[in-house]
Write a protein that binds this ligand. Sequence first.
Ligand SMILES: Cc1cc2nc3c(=O)[nH]c(=O)nc-3n(C[C@H](O)[C@H](O)[C@H](O)COP(=O)(O)OP(=O)(O)OC[C@H]3O[C@@H](n4cnc5c(N)ncnc54)[C@H](O)[C@@H]3O)c2cc1C
Length: 541
Amino acid sequence: MRIGLLAGPGFGILTTIMHIDLDNLGEPGQLNQSETTIPPPKRFCIIGAGIAGLILAQQLARMGFEVNVLEAGGLDLEERSQSLYAAEMASTEHTGTTLGRFRTLGGSSTRWGGQLLSYPDDVFKPLSGSLSIPWPINQSVIAPYYDQIQQILHAGTLPFTDELLPALGHPPSPFSSDIRLRFSKWAPFSKRNLAQTVGRECLTDARIHLYTHANVAELQAADGRVTRVRALNYKGRSFEFFADHFIVAAGTIESSRILLSSPTVPNEHDQLGRYFHDHISFPAAVLPPLTRSQIVDRLGPFLVNGVLHTCKMEAAAELQIGHKLLSVMAHFVVQEPEESGIAAVRNLLISVQRGQLKQALTKNLVPMLSGTGDIARLFWSSKVKKRRAIGKRAILRMNIDMEQPGSAANRIRLSERRDSLGLPKAIVDWRVGDAEYETATKFARVMKQKLEEAGFASLEWIPGVLEGEKPTMVDTYHPMGGLRMGVDPAVSVVDPNLKVHGLANLHVASCAVFPSGGSSNPTFTMMALTLRLADHLAQLA
Ligand SMILES: Cc1cc2nc3c(=O)[nH]c(=O)nc-3n(C[C@H](O)[C@H](O)[C@H](O)COP(=O)(O)OP(=O)(O)OC[C@H]3O[C@@H](n4cnc5c(N)ncnc54)[C@H](O)[C@@H]3O)c2cc1C
């Protein structure tokens, strides 16, 4: 073990850390060489230091356990690490595979939106007649962890429900009860990148040993237990890690890829990688000026103490069943012109999240200076009116987002082709089906009616959307499934405690375990599952 000094981007001053860079251990070697280095074993070994891996390591260390964390990337994003995420597409292009994953400390939290929203009860337990797949757990088993997540992300304590409106002094929901109005919370930019918050704490905790440039290639199992994990550094040298318990937290697609690449991990029911899904989205309408001012006035966005609250108009369970809809919701998207002052401030804050403040100041100084009017409005609006300012030239759209139905054909597989470390590449075999297109048309029509009934002026609908033409739908960088949770090993990979069927000491912390996706952003629920997993692992240890 090495004790070193850290001065990575976004970390500010030098800090004493417990960090081992695998690239600094050993000489360059050949892949599969017989000589293997074996670092000291720990009670727990976590694979991946993204959102799930970091909060799990922090939680286990706080409980007094020693943890090895194996992170494929470095302290900052590197091309040689990112290129190992390159995958093949077997069918429809899944854009999040290529553009929506970041292989570095902090994982995709280095780039994500930080938008948080719990899943309602009916995602876990859909009413009879629903098209959605039930979960083998109730919301009540993860709800006790919600406050802790909001603390980690500094998201405040205001409600996610329509009770937000009276809490901020506004009239109640304008919709009938079959449109469930809720509000997501967007964590402040400075708290979104977990490498800079939880990761910083992990790096200074003597119980956590963080190995960077540790590309996990394979898990080796025997007699119903994982015995070791094999990781490669970027020189091709092999390392074996031992532990009592192993947790795969390498993101949805990569977690499937690792298990599929491990011949001793049981897969007799051919479930590994199956039931891959995402939220899919399309723009349904643009808001003309009158509609825009009415909607913004009633429904926000609101900005309270640096936390943005944006509305979601969800199909309530009865509406879903009555119209045979997937879980679906409509929401508003603000698009500021890139040269505006508001966009310059947003770009600056994104750079703070990425730890690239210096470059961003240079790039955004001119637009910020020329947009001082916009910026003054931004500050006045947030401080005085508790609202996010929207520039006059901004475009407001209404998008519709939905879950995908469970489909075993949507899956992660392994390719014959190999990456630069010699490991099989992932193939993403994914498509959007008829159920999604049907929900798109029906829900657009429902929303037209509900917005009219609520008294809003009309929207400019995208041509063809209300007439049943198939819109162009894209994924939303929310990959889920592949290692789905269930009680029956014939149709699932992990049990309700996230333990892989047939292996006593292997668990998964990832959206890969989601049986269905609801319509809310998934990471809040994934973080709650991960904190619950920490408590479960503590009982096993
Ligand atoms: C632009 C963008 C915006 C988003 N916005 C939102 C949002 O607003 N709300 C929301 O809920 N979700 C959002 N998401 C999705 C969210 O980022 C993911 O759900 C979340 O990051 C998943 O966390 P994770 O820990 O499972 O995976 P990741 O954060 O991807 O972390 C996985 C970690 O594992 C490491 N790793 C990978 N392979 C290996 C290996 N072989 N060996 C060792 N380590 C490995 C990676 O380097 C990484 O550090 C967004 C995503 C993107 C890209």
